[in-house]
Design a protein around this ligand. Structure first.
Ligand code: BG6
Length: 484
C-alpha cells in the first residue's frame, strides 16, 4: 500500500538551535524525508538559527554530513541530500541579544506560512518569543513549536505558559510530545474509534487491567546533567506515558479535531487519582560487565534519581473505576520495546472445566520496534485427547500490512512538523493539559524528594528491580515479558 503524499503550502520554517542534537538527529532528517517523499513544495525553506558562527554554505555542509548519518532513507543518494540542502539558509542569532535578528527579519519577508521551532532549552523560550515580536517576525498566523521538557513542575510549567501567552495565542503554540506523532500511537485512536469491535468491551466490566511499558536499552550518558535533574518520572511518565494512557482511556471525542481530542484527554488526566507510595517503585541501574552504572553515566558519586519507574494508577470515572493502569519505563532494560497491553477479564464461567486452564484475551499494541497489533485468542489445541485450550496470537504487523517491503514507518517528527505547517494542533499538547499532567505528577515526585527515598538498584539488561514485579504480583497479576 503506497501512502498518499499531499504537498503542503509554501512555508518558512526557522529552527532555533539548528546546530543542536535534536535538529541534527530528528528535525532535519525528518524534513529531508518529507522532501524526498515530495511533500515539500518548491517554495519551502528551512532557516537554521543558532549561536554558532556558520555561513549558509558551512551550515549546509554540516547538515549534509548529519543527513548521511541519520536520515537513513532507502534509495536516497548524496545528490538527493544535496538537493535538499539548497533549501536551507542560516543566520547566527543571539537569543538573548541583538545579533542576527535584523538579518532574520530580512529573510522572513515572504507572505507564506511561517513557523519557528524552539529546539532549545526552556530557559530561552521567553527570550525568543519576546524577540520574535520585537523584531516584527510574528504575525497573527505565525506558529511556534516548543519542545519538552515543558517545565519541571506545575509552577515552572505555568510560568512557561504565561511567558508564551504574553506573545502568542494558544492556537499558535505547538507543544511537542513526539510520542503523539508515532504511527502506532495514532493507530490507537484509529483502532479504538474506527472499529465497532472494541468499544463495547472497552471498560472496567470487561478489562481486568492495562499495562503500558516503554523499555529502553540505552543509558543516560551524554545527557546526564539534564537527566539527573529530571529522572524517569519527569522525563517519560509526565508526558509520553501519560499521553498513551490518555489515548487508551479517553471517551470518544465527537470529532477528530484539536480541541475535541484534547478536551477528552484532559478529562482523563483530571480523573487520575493520586498514586499511593506503596504503588510506586523507583530504580537506578547499576554497572554491568560492559556498561557503566547510572552514577558513572551522570558523573556523580551519589544520586537518588530514578532511571526506572513502575506505578499503579487509577482513573476514577464510570468507565474505569476498578481497572488499574500499570505503567513502567526505564533505561538499560532487557530490550527496546514499547507496548500497551489491554488484558481482558476471564470468561465468567469455563464450560471446559478446571483442566482446560485459565485463559485471557490480551490486546497488545506494539509501539516500537515491530509496530503492530496482536490479539491473543483462546482456541482448542489441535489433535485428539479432549478439549485442551491454548492461546494463539492473531497478529498484524503494520510493516507487513501497510508498507512496501523494507519501507520504514515514518518518524514521529515527520508527521508533527507537517501538522505544524498545515496548522493542525490535534497531536500537540494544550496549556491546560500540560498543567494538569504536572498537577498529578508533582505530589508523586514530592513523595520521594521530600524524604530522600533511595532508588533501588537493578541489573542492566533486566526488567528493572524485583520490587516492580512484586507490585503486580501483590494484585495477582504479572507484567508481560519485555520482548523484542
Ligand atoms: C525522550 C526522552 O523524550 O524520549 C528520552 O527525553 C527517551 O530519555 C526518548 O530516550 C524516547 O523516545 P523514543 O522515540 O526513542 O521512544
Amino acid at each position: 500500500m503506497v501512502s498518499r503524499v499531499i504537498p503542503v503550502e509554501d512555508f518558512d520554517l526557522v529552527i532555533f538551535g539548528a546546530t543542536g542534537d535534536l535538529a541534527q538527529r530528528k528535525i532535519l532528517p525528518s524534513l529531508f524525508r518529507r522532501f524526498h517523499a515530495g511533500q515539500m513544495p518548491e517554495g519551502a525553506r528551512v532557516i537554521g538559527a543558532a549561536r554558532s558562527a556558520h555561513s549558509p554554505e558551512s551550515f549546509r555542509a554540516f547538515v549534509l554530513e548529519g543527513l548521511c548519518e541519520f536520515a537513513q532513507v532507502k534509495g536516497a543518494t548524496r545528490a538527493d541530500y544535496a538537493a535538499f540542502v539548497t533549501r536551507l539558509d542560516y543566520v547566527t542569532v543571539d537569543a538573548r541579544g541583538t545579533e542576527g535578528w535584523e538579518r532574520l527579519r530580512a529573510l522572513c519577508q515572504r507572505a507564506v506560512t511561517r513557523a519557528f521551532y524552539f529546539s532549545v532549552g526552556p530557559s530561552l523560550f521567553e527570550d525568543l518569543a519576546q524577540r520574535l515580536h520585537l523584531y516584527g517576525l510574528a504575525g497573527a498566523e505565525t506558529r511556534i513549536v516548543v519542545e519538552k521538557p515543558f517545565g519541571r513542575d506545575l509552577a515552572s510549567a505555568k510560568l512557561l505558559n504565561a511567558a508564551l501567552a504574553a506573545h502568542f495565542e494558544e492556537r499558535q503554540i505547538y507543544r511537542i510530545d513526539h510520542y503523539l506523532g508515532k504511527e502506532t500511537v495514532q493507530n490507537l485512536m484509529a483502532v479504538r474509534f474506527g472499529n465497532m469491535l472494541f468499544e463495547p468491551l472497552w471498560n472496567s466490566q470487561y478489562i481486568d487491567h492495562i499495562q503500558i511499558t516503554v523499555a529502553e536499552t540505552v543509558g543516560v550518558s551524554g545527557r546526564g546533567e539534564y537527566y539527573n535533574r529530571a529522572g524517569a518520572m519527569r522525563d517519560m511518565v509526565q508526558n509520553h506515558l501519560m499521553q498513551l494512557l490518555c489515548l487508551i482511556a479517553m471517551e470518544p471525542p465527537a470529532r477528530f479535531e484539536p480541541d475535541a481530542v484534547r478536551d477528552e484527554k484532559l478529562k482523563v488526566i483530571r480523573a487520575l487519582e493520586p498514586v499511593a507510595p506503596q504503588d510506586l517503585v523507583r530504580g537506578q541501574y547499576g554497572p554491568s560487565a560492559d556498561t557503566q552504572s547510572y552514577l558513572q553515566d551522570v558523573g556523580a558519586s551519589e544520586s537518588q534519581t530514578e532511571s526506572f519507574i513502575a506505578l499503579k494508577a487509577h482513573i476514577s470515572n464510570w468507565r474505569w473505576a476498578g481497572t488499574p493502569f500499570y505503567l513502567r519505563t526505564g533505561k538499560r532494560l532487557k530490550h527496546r520495546a514499547s507496548e500497551i497491553a489491554v488484558v481482558f477479564k476471564d470468561t465468567p464461567h469455563s464450560i471446559f472445566g478446571e483442566e482446560a486452564g485459565r485463559h485471557r484475551n490480551i490486546l497488545s499494541i506494539r509501539l516500537q520496534p515491530n509496530e503492530g497489533i496482536e490479539l491473543g485468542v483462546t482456541i482448542k489445541e489441535p489433535g485428539p485427547g479432549g478439549m485442551r485450550l491454548i492461546d494463539v496470537p492473531l497478529d498484524m504487523s503494520f510493516a507487513e500490512a501497510l508498507g512496501p517491503e523494507g519501507e520504514a514507518v515514518p518518524d514521529a517528527y515527520e508527521r508533527l512538523i507537517m501538522d505544524v505547517i498545515r496548522g493542525n494542533q490535534t497531536l500537540f499538547m494544550r496549556d491546560d493539559e500540560v498543567e494538569a499532567a504536572w498537577r498529578w505528577t508533582d505530589p508523586i515526585v514530592q513523595s520521594w524528594e521530600g524524604c530522600g527515598a533511595a532508588a533501588l538498584s537493578y541489573v542492566p539488561g533486566s526488567a528493572g528491580p524485583e520490587e516492580a514485579l512484586r507490585l503486580m504480583q501483590r494484585d495477582g497479576r504479572r507484567w508481560r515479558e519485555i520482548r523484542e
